[in-house]
Design a protein around this ligand. Structure first.
Ligand SMILES: *[C@@H]1O[C@H](CO)[C@@H](O)[C@H](O)[C@H]1NC(C)=O
Ligand SMILES: *[C@@H]1O[C@H](CO)[C@@H](O)[C@H](O)[C@H]1NC(C)=O
Ligand SMILES: *[C@@H]1O[C@H](CO)[C@@H](O)[C@H](O)[C@H]1NC(C)=O
Ligand SMILES: *[C@@H]1O[C@H](CO)[C@@H](O)[C@H](O)[C@H]1NC(C)=O
Ligand SMILES: *[C@@H]1O[C@H](CO)[C@@H](O)[C@H](O)[C@H]1NC(C)=O
Ligand SMILES: *[C@@H]1O[C@H](CO)[C@@H](O)[C@H](O)[C@H]1NC(C)=O
Ligand SMILES: *[C@@H]1O[C@H](CO)[C@@H](O)[C@H](O)[C@H]1NC(C)=O
Ligand SMILES: *[C@@H]1O[C@H](CO)[C@@H](O)[C@H](O)[C@H]1NC(C)=O
Ligand SMILES: *[C@@H]1O[C@H](CO)[C@@H](O)[C@H](O)[C@H]1NC(C)=O
Length: 298
């Protein structure tokens, strides 16, 4: 039994590792109330659940005195009727953990005496966990002085959707490069004097904790002005799939090798000079780059 449980735990951990840093949470059912007969009826657990966000992989921890209470996972029908005849599963030893392994509604009751009809029952609605994404900046290029200039990282970021909770991995050799998050002004000027944060050891992982624009540069030598700089826009929304690129004019132009940073394909409506201000458009992204990016991503 314990072995099977640990196998399940292991499987959950593997899945969690695969979706990269999905942070499973443990919810202590009822908080201070714990798992008992509430004085004010089932509203107690309804209110508690309303204040929580349940994601697939999270754990419900029911804390109760063994013998005084128990926990049965039941169907909605059984939940509504407080019918404990054929529970889906049943745990009699407190504390008891239930892993919320599927999205949708999950129902729990206490099968002791009239506890359920007195309000010792809990319904939770579980949302699919979003796979938090770790982006490798530049993909196989890593974080270096790009031969194509600043447009390289601009194109890399162009049709990616960065969401709060995602992270960036700047893959560089310690000593050869670094990464500093800076203000927009410092980004534009390649000024590394007063960075918001500064990582000198590569590879460096940076969590995208806040929505909005984020600016990164390498402060070593003239690397930034040579194009080792990245601007991204982070959104809050997790539920939406990546938005389609803003430009409808993406007839891929022929690859422009060694195209200088300030070159942009004719007919494009992109603002000029990527070196001076980040442009969040895909114009200029060559067919080659697109297929390379797609191949690396999938
Ligand atoms: C129900 O009672 C619990 C404690 O027993 C309390 O925390 C909760 O606020 C109460 N809820 C309502 C709606 O009265
Ligand atoms: C309880 O559920 C079982 C099936 O799970 C059903 O056979 C039984 O009739 C139900 N009892 C009541 C009182 O509804
Ligand atoms: C329940 O989960 C919590 C947190 O994951 C853990 O600390 C606790 O040991 C678990 N309890 C049981 C009985 O597995
Ligand atoms: C559970 O969540 C789903 C999706 O958000 C929603 O459609 C459904 O109505 C919810 N169920 C309850 C009981 O709130
Ligand atoms: C980037 O855009 C191209 C075409 O515009 C599309 O095929 C590809 O799926 C996009 N990649 C991502 C990650 O959105
Ligand atoms: C980081 O760069 C090194 C050397 O270029 C490479 O071997 C390694 O696979 C890269 N790591 C990632 C996560 O891309
Ligand atoms: C760089 O930024 C600092 C403040 O962060 C400022 O004092 C300094 O003058 C700037 N240097 C240049 C060359 O703009
Ligand atoms: C970043 O995203 C926000 C919200 O979607 C938007 O208001 C803002 O204009 C974007 N900034 C850039 C530079 O695209
Ligand atoms: C995020 O998504 C929710 C529903 O999924 C929506 O209500 C909200 O307006 C969205 N926020 C933004 C900034 O798009």
């Amino acid at each position: 039994m314990a072995r099977r449980f640990s196998t399940v735990v292991f499987a959950v951990m593997v899945v969690a590792a695969l979706v990269q840093s999905s942070k499973a949470e443990t919810h202590e059912v009822g908080d201070d109330l714990k798992w008992t007969v509430p004085s004010n009826g089932s509203v107690a657990y309804q209110n508690w659940a309303a204040g929580e966000t349940f994601l697939v992989g999270d754990v419900l921890e029911f804390e109760f005195t063994t013998g005084a209470h128990d926990v049965a996972k039941v169907t909605k029908t059984a939940f509504d009727a407080c019918n404990s005849t054929n529970p889906i599963s049943h745990k009699t030893t407190g504390p008891a953990n239930f892993t919320l392994d599927t999205s949708g509604e999950h129902y729990f009751i206490c099968t002791v005496g009239t506890h359920c009809s007195l309000g010792q029952k809990l319904a939770v609605n579980v949302s699919a966990a979003r796979a938090e994404t770790e982006f490798i900046v530049g993909d196989s290029l890593g974080w270096t002085v790009p031969s194509g200039g600043a447009v390289t990282y601009q194109n890399w970021a162009a049709n990616k959707t960065f969401v709060v909770g995602d992270s960036l991995k700047f893959n560089f050799t310690t000593g050869a490069h670094d990464v500093a998050e800076v203000t927009k002004a410092a980004f534009t000027a390649c000024n590394g004097t007063n960075p918001i944060s500064h990582e000198t050891e590569g590879p460096a992982d940076i969590d995208l904790d806040t929505a909005g624009e984020h600016y990164f540069i390498c402060t070593v030598g003239s690397h930034c002005s040579l194009g080792q700089k990245l601007a991204i826009n982070v959104t809050t929304n997790s539920s939406t799939s990546p938005t389609t690129p803003p430009s409808s004019s993406t007839t891929p132009t022929s690859p422009s090798p060694s195209g200088g940073p300030s070159q942009s394909p004719s007919g494009s409506t992109t603002p000029p000079s990527p070196g001076s201000a980040p442009s969040f458009s895909v114009a200029g992204l060559s067919a080659t780059l697109l297929s390379v990016a797609a191949a690396l991503l999938y």
